[in-house]
Structures are given as structure tokens and as C-alpha cells.
Write a protein that binds this ligand. Structure first.
Ligand code: NAD
Ligand code: UFG
Length: 338
């Protein structure tokens, strides 16, 4: 029996493949390479010392998916595949609804047809929206999202919960990620954004290496200790380990569960810049810029439920996140294109 990993060549997917293999699971990976490269697969195999089937396939391609299920015994799916750029989702919302929502519906239809009813879904802290105070807990109201990307995550959560109500054989874990950063400690896999990064950590590391002149800090007038936005940064390898625990859980339970994956610690933009400078002995020049539309001031998790249900807690700290990001950036200045 194997676990199918959609979007397994991407940032979080590639790290999860390595952790699933080292936990002893067999995996099958699929990706359409929309935001990833075949080199990621080479490195996953190198790090794990294991081989596995790969399919270049789109989650909207029902016939392609059926072939994967026919050729492999799949007992659960970890579903990463999707589009994730918040700003782009405002410009081209239909592409987000088609790929994320439409693609997930096709995937679930094929899974049901093939008798595989266990899914771990990549949701996001963004579903908590603007109305809730941190620390954010799973039973708080969701849906006051600020962009189409966030709406796709909220809609998919609802679709998967409806599915569990309609058929008690389904088992779904909605993993609400806080802000993943860092890279595998080997420096062989990491985040490889196209063009100028949208997110803070890849931006910091590209400034540190001299690819970009300076960081713009989006707002220093928030109601936070230093005025800059506060987030719950989580090491991508801790996040990947959370998926291994979620698979263990989904194989032995049914129904839908939303679970936060975060550290529970709030860290400001300037805290992260300072941690990066100290951990790596580099310079990161920055200027204060206007707030980014749609950002909340503070967003961090209460990770208690993940501890209770999955026996999982994050155990890598900010220094690990900064050091591992820098090792990846230094060893792969052009990402997987080297
Ligand atoms: P990523 O872009 O690196 O990985 C996504 C992968 O899915 C890519 O390899 C891409 O080529 C593939 N893909 C996209 N559409 C596809 C399709 N239609 N068919 C097949 N493959 C497809 O992103 P990531 O950072 O690894 O994120 C993984 C998941 O986690 C996404 O669903 C994302 O929305 C969610 N998430 C990410 C973050 C974050 O900050 N990185 C936060 C919360 C949630
Ligand atoms: N920031 C800057 N300058 C930059 C980039 C970001 O100051 O160049 C600030 C932001 O304003 C925010 C913080 O850094 O205060 C973190 O921003 P990111 O874009 O790195 O991360 P977010 O937490 O805002 O968003 C990420 C993903 C979303 C996801 C969310 C919650 O990008 O897709 O985590 O999971 F929804």
C-alpha cells in the first residue's frame, strides 16, 4: 500500500516526501511541474536513498488520476497540489477556483470511485481571516478571508467536510499551516520561488546573497510590540513531520478534523530579520514601506490540538529556520536550475 502525494515536487511536498520515506511509507508522487522542477525528484531520491513512482499529471485530469490508482495500491492521499500566490489570485481568480477547487473536486471524485477515502489536505491559517484574536484555535469561526486564494482554501475545507458528512467512510485531515520557512538541513531541497519572492523569508535570503538590494518591511504601525506584522513561522521539516503523523491518524480514524500546524510563537518581521542576521552573520538592509493590502497584524497558532491528536509538536527554532534557509540559498543560488 502507498500514499499518493499530489504536488510532491513543490516546496512543502518535497520535504514531506523525504519524511514519509524515512518513516517507512511507500509513496507515489504526482505533479504537473507548474511551480516545480524534475530536479526536486532527483534530490528526494538522493536524500532518502529510495525510489518511487512519479506521474507527470494534473489533478484536473480524471483519466490520468484513474491510471495512477489502477497502477498502484493507494490507501491515502496527501494533497498539496494547488496555486498559492495571494496577489496573483486577486488578478486571476478563475484560475485559482479552477485549479484549487475544481481540481480537488475531480481528485475526490476519482478517489471515491477507486475506493480510497482518506485525505490530508493543505489548508492554511488564512481561513481564520480577519476577525479572530491569536492564538488561533481550530474551533474559531472561519471564512472572513481577504483574497480569492484564501477563499479557495475555505471552500475546499467546506467541500471535504460535506463529503465526510455524506459518507462516514471518509477520513479527512485539514492541516492549517501557519507560515512555513526553512529548508532541509542538507541544503539539497528548499523553496525555489519563480521571479521576485512574495514571501518574507525567501526575500530576506535573496537580499542577504545580493540578488535583491533591500527588503521592504510592509508596515511598522501595526499594534504589535515593534509595529511590524507578527506571524508563526514554522520549519518546513517540522511541517513535513506533521504530515507523517496526520497520515498515521487518518489511517485509523474517520470523519473530518481541522488541525493547526504551527509553533505557537509569534515573531515580528524585524525579529525574523534580526534572527537571520545573527544566525548567519550577514547583512540584510531594509526600508519601511506601506502595509501590504490584505495582511493581518498578528497571526499565530494554538498548537494544542496537534499535540493531543497527532502527538506532534514543532521542535526546530528560529535559528534552525534561518541557518537552514541560508544553507539552501548559498548552495543553490539559482534554486534547482544550478
Ligand atoms: P508549491 O507551489 O511549491 O507546491 C505546489 C505543487 O503543486 C507544485 O509542485 C506545483 O507544480 C503543483 N501543482 C499545482 N497545480 C497543480 C495541478 N493542477 N496538478 C498537479 N500539480 C499541481 O507550494 P507549497 O508552498 O509547497 O504549498 C503546498 C500546498 O500548501 C499548497 O496547496 C499551498 O496552497 C498550501 N499552503 C502553503 C503555504 C506556504 O506558505 N507555502 C501556506 C499555507 C498553505
Ligand atoms: N513581509 C514584508 N516584506 C516582504 C514580504 C512579507 O514585510 O517582502 C511581511 C508581511 O507583511 C507579513 C510577514 O512579512 O507581516 C509574513 O509575510 P509572508 O508573505 O511571508 O507570509 P504570510 O504569513 O503573510 O502568508 C503565508 C502564505 C499564505 C498563507 C499564510 C498563512 O504566503 O499563502 O502564510 O498560512 F495563507
Amino acid at each position: 500500500m502507498a500514499i499518493l502525494i499530489t504536488g510532491g515536487c513543490g516546496y512543502i511536498g518535497s520535504h514531506t516526501c523525504v519524511e514519509m520515506l524515512s518513516a517507512g511509507y511507500d509513496i507515489v508522487v504526482m505533479d504537473n511541474y507548474y511551480n516545480s522542477k524534475p530536479e526536486a525528484l532527483v534530490r528526494i531520491k538522493e536524500l532518502s536513498g529510495k525510489d518511487f513512482p512519479f506521474y507527470e499529471c494534473d489533478i484536473r485530469d480524471a483519466e490520468g488520476l484513474r491510471r495512477i490508482f489502477r497502477e498502484n495500491k493507494i490507501e491515502a492521499v496527501i494533497h498539496f497540489a494547488g496555486l498559492k500566490a495571494v496577489g496573483e489570485s486577486v488578478r486571476i481568480p478563475l484560475a485559482y477556483y479552477d485549479n484549487n477547487v475544481g481540481g480537488t473536486v475531480v481528485l475526490c471524485q476519482v478517489m471515491a470511485e477507486m475506493g480510497c477515502k482518506r485525505m490530508i489536505f493543505s489548508s492554511s491559517a488564512t481561513v481564520y481571516g480577519t476577525g479572530n484574536p491569536s492564538p488561533l484555535k481550530e474551533d474559531m469561526p472561519t471564512g472572513a478571508v481577504t483574497n480569492p486564494y484564501g477563499r479557495t482554501k475555505h471552500m475546499i475545507e467546506g467541500i471535504l467536510q460535506d463529503l465526510c458528512v455524506s459518507d462516514p467512510e471518509w477520513s479527512v485531515i485539514l492541516l492549517r499551516y501557519f507560515t512555513p520557512i526553512g529548508a532541509h538541513e542538507s541544503g539539497r531541497i528548499g523553496e525555489d520561488p519563480n521571479g521576485i519572492p512574495n514571501n518574507l523569508m525567501p526575500y530576506i535570503s535573496q537580499v542577504a546573497i545580493g540578488k535583491l538590494p533591500r527588503l521592504s518591511v510592509f508596515g511598522n504601525d501595526y499594534d504589535t510590540p515593534d509595529g511590524t506584522g507578527v506571524r508563526d513561522y514554522i520549519h518546513v521539516v517540522d511541517l513535513a513531520c506533521g504530515h507523517v503523523r496526520a497520515v498515521d491518524y487518518a489511517l485509523t480514524h474517520t470523519g473530518a478534523q481541522a488541525i493547526n500546524l504551527g509553533t505557537g510563537n509569534g515573531c515580528s518581521v524585524l525579529d525574523l530579520v534580526n534572527a537571520f542576521v545573527t544566525a548567519n552573520q550577514v547583512e540584510v538592509p531594509y526600508v519601511i514601506a506601506p502595509r501590504r493590502p490584505g495582511d493581518v497584524a498578528v497571526c499565530y497558532s494554538d498548537p494544542t490540538k496537534a499535540g493531543e491528536l497527532l502527538g506532534w509538536t514543532a521542535n526546530r527554532d528560529l535559528t534552525d529556520m534561518c541557518r537552514d534557509t541560508w544553507r539552501w540559498q548559498n548552495q543553490n543560488p539559482r534554486g534547482y536550475d544550478n
